[in-house]
Ligand binder design. Structure first.
Ligand code: AMP
Length: 547
């Protein structure tokens, strides 16, 4: 017997409608190099309708892909809603990919309309110049037009005279809504295609007090970029509960972020550890305070202990979040109140517990399996790969059957490539990574691509690239190389050679020379041993700009 409740599809349009009706006066504030912009949720919703109408008039249809190449801001937020309610798919391009990769993802997604911030024009032009397929596209400039890319229209002109009402044609909650690409260990980025249903359920989950816990009383600053897994879901979760939203545009320097949080009375914000460490250092250096912030979400990489302790001292709760593009992203968090069962434990033990990636949110099923496919015991010691299943977990990669085959188990679980332990309290801790990537300041660097480039040098016989702990970037690449017999090249000379061939921020911080590289039984580089051997080589490294 079926239940008798209404079968209303869970769509992004529902969040928009709800926000417009129930929190019309909630403010949305955006700062950027061109100044500050504020409007209400009602103004926002009316402009979303105009944008959806303008896109429809341009010929964008259900299922078409529309790309954004932009910082966090109100127009980007309008795209987050207008494109999906039209039934099209917003492809948020990571502006930090190098030009050929941007061209690749635009072509792979077949995004024919590109909205871009005019402060990013040079990067977009470089990507279009790198596009060997020369596809026809429409460009919409957010800000005055400063490019020769054609055809190009200015955003305000594009939406100008459109109607402020729009009837969404989306009737099936499983329709695609957003498309984000994530780095692959080798080769080109892989696309993760979110649906309306997955996006709404993820936003619901994120609002639970056990997860991000955003609510109507909060003013939220998602510092995490909107080109990174939908800014961790904030743009949807905040409108769902009616939080005030603040965007920081291209402003990432710590003094201005602190000033912004204080002037807009921000109560919670989310960013990768690198950003929070800079904010912490600036607060200490300038003896200033975050006057209204009650909690911060630290995610994308493991939470450093010193960060937790320092923010605890300031009376600000650190929420440690873990997830991936493939998981929408939130799957696990550690919050202070979740460690209540450890009431009798020492302070040191409580801190150790809060540094774990934490407890999995309702809606996501998980298991951790060892090399033989057996589930590991939850004893805090045994290690296994963590795998997921659930309504906001990907079932495969967009138009990429090969990657899908490797990522999904025969019985339908998503393989993360993260290795964890699990404890008796239901907390999970990431202890290693099987995927061969380095995560620097929240952005991926492919070890394999770097190794192949380095091995193209005439003096290098073998190269292995590993991620090594770094005080500012959490992790940076270090190359361990073996020279060809009778050949020699110095570390600076090798770096100079590499600098012409890779993005500047991919350049290994150190090149270590060795006589031979340790190998696994199947002849792969034994990176675990190398990571252990070189784990301290960057511990005293001073901050260096990477972009
Ligand atoms: P991305 O898809 O770029 O968001 O990267 C996801 C990956 O980043 C995960 O599979 C982990 O390897 C890593 N990651 C994300 N959050 C954390 C965290 N809190 N602690 C440790 N690793 C993390």
């Amino acid at each position: 017997m079926l239940g008798m409740m209404m079968d209303v599809p869970l769509t992004i349009g529902l969040i928009l409608e709800h926000a417009k009706l129930n929190n019309p006066k909630r403010e949305i504030v955006s700062v950027s190099s061109s100044g500050i912009h504020r409007y209400t949720t009602l103004d926002f919703a009316l402009r979303v309708a105009k944008l959806a109408n303008a896109l429809a008039k341009l010929g964008v249809k259900k299922g078409d892909r529309v790309a954004s190449f932009a910082w966090n801001g109100y127009r980007h937020l309008e795209l987050y809603y207008a494109v999906p309610i039209l039934g099209a798919v917003l492809h948020t391009v990571n502006i930090r990919l190098y030009p050929a990769q941007v061209a690749y993802v635009l072509n792979h997604a077949d995004s024919k309309v590109i909205f871009f911030d005019n402060t990013l024009t040079p990067a977009l032009e470089a990507a279009i110049a790198a596009d060997t397929e020369n596809r026809k596209r429409h460009f919409i400039s957010m800000g005055a037009i400063n490019t020769k890319l054609k055809p190009c229209v200015e955003y305000e002109e594009f939406i100008g005279s459109e109607s402020t009402t729009f009837e969404s044609p989306v009737t099936d909650e499983r329709e695609a809504a957003m498309l984000c690409y994530t780095s692959a260990t080798t080769g080109e980025p892989k696309g993760v295609l979110f649906s309306h249903r997955s996006t709404v359920l993820h936003a619901y989950g994120a609002c639970l007090p056990e997860v991000m816990g955003v609510n109507n009383l909060e003013t939220v600053l998602p510092i995490v970029p909107m080109f990174h897994v939908c800014a961790w879901g904030y743009p949807y979760a905040c409108l769902l509960v009616g939080s005030k939203l603040v965007f920081n545009g291209e402003i990432f320097d710590a003094p201005r972020l602190i000033q912004l949080m204080n002037s807009e009375k921000v109560t919670t914000a989310g960013a990768v550890p690198t950003i929070w460490m800079r904010i912490r250092d600036e607060l200490q250096k300038s003896n200033t305070k975050l006057e209204t912030v009650k909690s911060i979400l630290v995610g994308g990489s493991a939470l450093p202990k010193s960060l937790l302790i320092d923010f605890d001292r300031m009376g600000i709760e650190v929420i440690h979040g873990y997830g991936m593009t493939e998981t929408s992203p939130l799957v696990a968090t550690t919050r202070k109140h979740l460690t209540a069962p450890l009431a009798e434990a020492s302070e040191e033990e409580k801190i150790a517990q809060r540094l774990k990636q934490g407890r999995i949110a309702f809606g996501v099923q998980w298991r951790a399996v060892d090399e033989n496919g057996n589930q590991i015991p939850h004893d805090g010691k045994a290690m296994g790969e963590i795998q997921y299943r659930g309504p906001w977990i990907t079932s495969g990669y967009y138009n990429n059957p090969e990657a899908t085959k490797n990522a999904i188990t025969k019985d339908g679980w998503f393989r993360t490539g993260d290795v964890c332990t699990a404890d008796e309290y239901g907390f999970m801790q990431i202890v290693d990574r099987t995927k061969d990537l380095v995560k620097s300041g929240g952005e991926w660097i492919s070890s394999v691509d770097l190794e192949n480039t380095i091995m193209g040098h005439e003096c290098i016989k073998e190269a292995a690239v590993i991620g090594v702990p770094h005080p500012d970037w959490v992790e940076r690449p270090v190359a361990v190389v073996v020279l060809k017999e009778g050949k020699s090249v110095s570390e600076p000379a090798l770096k100079e050679w590499l600098a012409d061939r890779i993005a500047k921020w991919w350049l290994p911080d150190r090149v270590m020379f060795t006589d031979s590289l340790p190998l696994t039984g199947v002849g792969k580089f034994l990176k675990r041993e190398l990571r252990e051997r070189y784990k301290d080589v960057l511990s005293n490294t001073a901050e260096q700009p990477k972009t």
